[in-house]
Design a protein around this ligand. Structure first.
Ligand code: ADP
Ligand code: MG
Ligand code: ZN
Length: 482
């Protein structure tokens, strides 16, 4: 059945991190009581008028920069009309013909069976629009109620060209977009909270076909995993349908996560159905080059820029740099730790080693670490300056991971702090030599293997007093002086 080529285009909705909604000063905070973040404006009471949120426009432009877009310096807001109770105005403000951003490009990199792949995905447009409210269906009383807290929260919709060919590429693309938007500081991209959502358009065609096949659109996928599963199922469904002599109809489908199947929701409406027209109540946007440039100057450091900094200024390997930039929360943590202790390589090694190990074991999560970057940096520094041994540093880290706390305090409490008490070192070595006559004479007769045994006897007593190197040097001294 692999005679078909899948053709996939994505529409990604990302809620912007503005403090207030798109046309009023209501809060955009997630949660809160039902309809707690509502005013007459976002509830569409007659007589209210919209006032565009300047930050939202700026954030959309920043998203455009992050995705290598060009801009429509003259941009218009439209009404997209449809009737549904989650939309009190009975139209959604969106942009049809003159979106803020156009013609972007995003590179994705991913691995299949250990082989690295890279591909450029073209971005058709990014436009600014408003979110709808939420319906809550009360099964008990058989009624549906509307919560408009989410209504009119600013969203950007990112639309790709149909450049995506597989489930792997679709997943890699959404992951990349999520990373870019987070670094740009415009969206937190929490798919589980709905701040990033994805519609997938899929068709299949034969290599010899002159044009694309008819597409189905799968709405509102809310995890990377379900994007992958939905794409795979839908390709399979379309192939099977065509193979059995059926036809693909243009329709909107829903993905059932439990069954792993897509199901038809409705036939697809087109732009005419929505009776788009420019909203006479909303000012058009007119940018000068200087204004766009001044927004560009506020762009935070993007992932590839951090990658360069880590490699060139800090001397990290490509692989380690990739791990750290792969999550902005990790990268921020790393940068903060380096600010406290200026040894980027050492901090990186502890993160990619012991810290990642505990994260992968599920023992700690980056979202709620019980210690801060400063405490972490101090631990790495203590190990580097031999205030604690490398091994004991791991034990201290385990305690910090469980209960949090200051590494110096933990080291003291647990007796890990190296005191470099030379008197004590010599005392222990002398008593070990005295109590192990047989081993000592074996050593003197040339059996160097027993050195390890003697060393072990000393180390047991000298935990937290000095480093293994000091024990080794002193023990060698004493033995050769016999
Ligand atoms: P609409 O707004 O009606 O959903 P668009 O023209 O904006 O339609 O396209 C939506 C998405 O569908 C885009 O990402 C586009 O790349 C993709 N797309 C368009 N035609 C096809 C097709 N035949 N097969 C797969 N994807 C397609
Ligand atoms: Mg669409
Ligand atoms: Zn409001």
């Amino acid at each position: 059945m692999s005679t078909y080529i899948p053709v996939i285009g994505l529409e990604i909705h990302a809620e912007l991190l503005t403090e207030s909604k798109l046309f009023c000063s209501c809060s955009t905070e997630f949660g809160g009581g039902k309809n707690a973040h509502c005013c007459p404006g976002c509830a569409a009471m007659p007589g209210t008028l919209p006032a565009m949120n300047r930050k939202a426009v700026e954030f959309a432009i920043k998203a455009g920069y992050a995705l290598n877009c060009s801009f429509n310096k003259f941009s218009v807001f439209d009404r997209k009309n449809y009737f549904y109770p989650d939309l009190p105005k009975a139209y959604q403000n969106s942009q049809l013909d003159l979106p803020l951003c156009i013609n972007g490009l995003v590179n994705i990199e991913y691995e299949i069976d250990g082989v690295k792949k890279s591909k450029d995905i073209r971005i058709n447009r990014i436009h600014l629009e408003e979110d709808a409210g939420k319906l809550i269906h009360d099964d008990l009383n058989g009624v549906s109620l509307a919560d408009y807290n989410r209504g009119s929260i600013p969203l950007i919709e990112i639309v790709t060209e149909p450049d995506i060919g597989t489930a792997e590429e679709a997943k890699a693309f959404v992951e990349k977009i999520s990373l870019l938007l987070q670094y740009a500081g415009v969206c937190d991209c929490k798919m589980e909270q709905g701040s990033l959502r994805c519609d997938v358009n899929i068709s299949i065609m034969k290599p010899t076909d002159a044009k694309f096949g008819t597409r189905a659109e799968i709405k509102n996928l809310n995890s990377i995993k379900s994007i992958g599963r939905a794409v795979e199922y839908e390709i399979y469904r379309q192939e099977r349908t065509l193979e059995m002599g059926g036809k693909i109809i243009q329709e909107t489908r829903r993905f059932d996560d439990n069954k792993g199947e897509t199901r038809s929701m409705r036939t697809k409406e087109n732009a005419q159905d929505y009776r788009y027209f420019p909203d006479p109540d909303i000012l058009q946007v007119n940018f000068t080059d200087e204004e766009l440039e001044s927004i560009r100057k506020t762009m935070p450091e993007m992932p590839y820029e951090r990658l360069e900094r880590y490699k060139n200024a800090y001397g990290l390997s490509e692989a380690d740099s990739m791990i750290i930039i792969g999550q902005i929360i990790l990268s921020d943590f790393y940068d903060n730790a380096v600010k406290k202790y200026d040894n980027p390589k050492s901090i990186c090694n502890f993160i990619t080693g012991e810290m990642m190990r505990r994260i992968n074991l599920g023992e700690i999560s980056l979202e709620d670490l019980p210690f801060d970057a400063g405490e972490f940096a101090l631990l790495v520094q203590m190990a580097d300056t031999e205030k604690v041994s490398k091994n004991d540093a791991k034990s201290i880290f385990r305690i910090m991971s469980e209960k949090g706390g200051n590494p110096e305090k933990i080291a003291k409490e647990q007796g890990y702090l190296i005191t470099n008490d030379t008197g004590r070192v010599l005392e222990v070595i002398e008593s070990v030599i005295k109590n192990n006559e047989k081993a000592v004479s074996q050593y003197k007769n040339g059996d160097l293997k027993v050195f390890g045994f003697l060393m072990g006897q000393c180390s047991k007593e000298l935990k937290g007093v000095c480093t293994p190197k000091v024990i080794k040097d002193e023990l060698e001294n004493k033995l050769s002086a016999l």
